[in-house]
Design a protein around this ligand. Sequence first.
Ligand code: HEM
Length: 164
Amino acid sequence: MAFIRFFHVLGAIMFFGSVLDHVAVSQIPGLLEDARTLLVGRQFIGVSADYVTMPGLVLLLVTGPIMVIARRPSILKVRWLGVHMLIAVLITLNVVLVMYPVGQDILDLVARGLADGQSLEQILGSIKDLADQEATFGPLSVLCTVVTIFIAVIKPRFGRVAEA
Ligand code: HEM
C-alpha cells in the first residue's frame, strides 16, 4: 500500500506544483503587453496542463480509490477522509468542467488572433470573459487543493475519535 500511497503523493505534487506554475507564468511581466509573449505563456500552460496537471490528477483519482477500497474505512467514522474525497471531487469538477476547457479556449483564441493579424487589444478583448472565469475558478482550485492536502496530512478528527 506504501507503493500506492507514493503514487498518490506524486500525483498531488504534479497536480499542485503545475497549478502553481500556471499562476507564476500568468504573472510574467509584460505578458499582457505583447501578443507573442502571451501566446508562449498560454502554450506553456497548455503543455503543462496536458503533461503534468492532468496526469497528476489521474494518478490521484486512480490511487485514492485503491487506498479506500484496500482499507475499507467507514467514511462515517473516518470523517477527514470523507471531507478529503468530497473536496477532491469539487477540484476534479472545477478542473475538468472549467479550468482545462477555458485554458484550451484561451490558447486557441490567442493563437487564432495572432494568425489573423489581430491587434493585442482585439485579442485581449476576445479572451476577457474566459480570463475572468479563470480568475474566479483558479484561486478556488488552489484553495481547495491546499485544504484537502492539509486535511489528508493532519487528519483532523472533526468531532470523532477515529483515524484511517
Ligand atoms: C485533488 C485530489 C487529491 C489530492 C490533492 C490528494 C492529496 C492527498 C495527500 C497529500 C495525502 C497525504 C498522503 C500522506 O500523508 O502520505 C492524501 C491521502 C489520502 N488520500 Fe488523497 N488526494 C486527492 C484525492 C483523493 C481521492 C479522490 C481519494 C479517494 C477516493 C483519496 C484518498 C486518500 C486516502 C485514502 C489517503 C490516506 C493515505 C494515508 O494516510 O496513507 N484522495 N491525499
